[in-house]
Design a protein around this ligand. Structure first.
Ligand SMILES: [Zn+2]
Length: 360
C-alpha cells in the first residue's frame, strides 16, 4: 500500500501542477479550496493564475488540528478549454516534537503571552497535482467554491461495488484452512510508535471478524504468518511511497475436493515501513491501522480492488479507512464459509508447487 501526502499542523501545503492551456499560452485562473474530514464547507485557499505554460503553484495553511484534509484545485472553463477540477487527500499530522514552554520565573509573574506550539518538523511530502485526465471527467460548468454542496451525503452502509475485490497473484482462488488456527508473530523491534503492537492485534481481530478465521499470536519463529517492521535500506520492496507489503505462501490443491478453491494458503507475511514516521497510528482515519488491514488482506488472499473506497485499493487515502462492500465480499470468500481444506491430494507434488506472492 502506498502512503498519502502528509503535512504538519499549521504548515504550508504547496499545491503545484499544470493544466492544459491554449496554444497562444493564455494564463488561466486557478483556485484552491480545502475541507477537513467531516467538515461540510469548503474553505478558500489561494487564488492565482497559471503561467503561459499552464503551470501553477498555490498554497494553503494546514489547519491547527490534525486530521485528514481534502484539497481541491479548480480552474474555470476558458474558451474551448474545459474546466478543471482535481481533489487530493493530505494527512495533517501533529508535530512529532512539541516545544516545552518556559515556566514563568516567579509564581506571581503575569504571563504576557501564551506559549504557542510551533511545528519543528517540515513536511516531507509536497502534494503535487498534475492534471492528466481526459475531458470526460471534468465538469463543463466552472467550479467555484460556492458551487460545492454544503451537506455531505451520509453513507448508509459499506461503500462501493460488492464485486470490487480480487484474489492476489495470478487470480487462482485461495484461502487459509478454515479448520486450523492461523498462528502469527509480531517483531516489535523496529516499530515506529508505541501503540503499533496494539493496532496490529486489533487489525487481526477485525480481519478475524469478517473472515471467520481464528488467529493466535505465538512467539517469534513459531508462526505461519509473520509481521515485521523494516525500511527501504533493508528491504528494497519498501522504496518510495510504499508503506507496507503483504502476501501469502500458497500450494496448489485439488479444487474438486476443496469447494472449488485452487490454492491453500500455508504462510503469510506482512512487512511495514517504519521510516514513514509521519503516518499516524490508530484506526478510523488514514494511517497505520488502515495499512495493516490492507496488508493482512493480501496475506489472507486478496489482491487489489479498483474503487478508492475499498481498503484493498492500492493507495491509503481518506476514502478507504473502513471496509467497503467489495472488501467484505472478498473477506467472506477467503474466509471460513467454504470449510476445511484437503491439503495434500497431489502427494509430494504439492510441496514442489509452493508459491510466494506479495503486493504493496
Ligand atoms: Zn496492496
Amino acid at each position: 500500500m502506498k502512503a498519502p501526502g502528509t503535512v504538519t499542523t499549521g504548515g504550508q501545503i504547496k499545491v503545484r501542477g499544470r493544466i492544459p492551456t491554449s496554444r497562444a499560452g493564455a494564463r488561466r485562473r486557478t483556485i484552491v479550496t480545502y475541507r477537513s474530514a467531516g467538515a461540510r464547507r469548503w474553505r478558500s485557499g489561494d487564488t492565482g493564475w497559471t503561467n503561459r505554460r499552464g503551470e501553477f503553484t498555490l498554497s494553503i495553511t494546514a489547519p491547527a488540528q490534525a486530521g485528514l484534509l481534502s484539497v481541491r484545485v479548480a480552474s474555470p472553463r476558458l474558451g474551448r478549454l474545459e474546466a478543471v477540477r482535481r481533489t487530493l487527500a493530505v494527512s495533517v499530522i501533529a508535530p512529532t516534537t512539541t516545544p516545552t514552554p518556559t515556566p514563568a520565573a516567579t509564581p506571581t509573574a503575569t504571563p504576557t503571552a501564551t506559549p504557542t506550539a510551533t511545528p519543528t518538523v517540515t513536511p516531507t511530502v509536497t502534494p503535487t497535482v498534475t492534471p492528466t485526465s481526459s475531458p470526460t471527467d471534468t465538469p463543463t460548468v466552472a467550479p467555484t467554491p460556492s458551487d460545492e454542496p454544503t451537506v455531505e451525503p451520509t453513507p448508509t452502509g459499506p461503500l462501493g461495488d460488492p464485486d470490487d475485490w480480487t484474489y492476489i497473484g495470478s487470480g487462482d482462488s485461495m484461502r487459509w484452512d478454515a479448520c486450523q488456527t492461523i498462528t502469527w508473530s509480531y517483531d516489535a523491534t523496529a516499530q515506529p510508535y508505541p501503540g503499533a503492537e496494539a493496532d496490529m492485534t486489533k487489525a487481526f481481530a477485525m480481519i478475524a471478524e469478517k473472515t471467520g478465521h481464528s488467529f493466535s499470536r505465538v512467539p517469534l519463529g513459531d508462526a505461519a504468518f509473520t509481521v515485521d517492521w523494516s525500511n527501504p535500506d533493508e528491504d528494497v520492496r519498501l522504496a518510495g511511497s510504499v508503506v507496507g507489503i503483504g502476501g501469502p505462501t500458497t500450494r496448489r490443491i485439488d479444487p474438486a475436493l476443496n469447494n472449488g478453491t485452487q490454492r491453500a494458503i500455508v504462510g503469510g507475511m506482512v512487512v511495514l515501513d517504519a521510516s514513514h514516521a509521519s503516518v499516524p497510528g490508530g484506526f478510523g482515519h488514514s494511517g497505520w491501522g488502515q495499512v495493516m488491514l490492507h496488508e493482512i488482506g493480501h496475506a489472507t488472499g486478496l489482491g487489489h480492488a479498483s474503487g478508492r473506497e475499498q481498503v484493498m485499493a492500492p493507495v491509503a487515502t481518506i476514502y478507504n479507512t473502513v471496509f467497503g462492500a467489495g472488501d467484505l465480499t472478498g473477506l467472506a470468500e477467503v474466509g471460513t464459509s467454504k470449510g476445511c481444506l484437503q491439503m495434500d491430494p497431489y502427494g509430494r507434488a504439492a510441496d514442489r508447487d509452493t508459491t510466494v506472492t506479495w503486493m504493496e
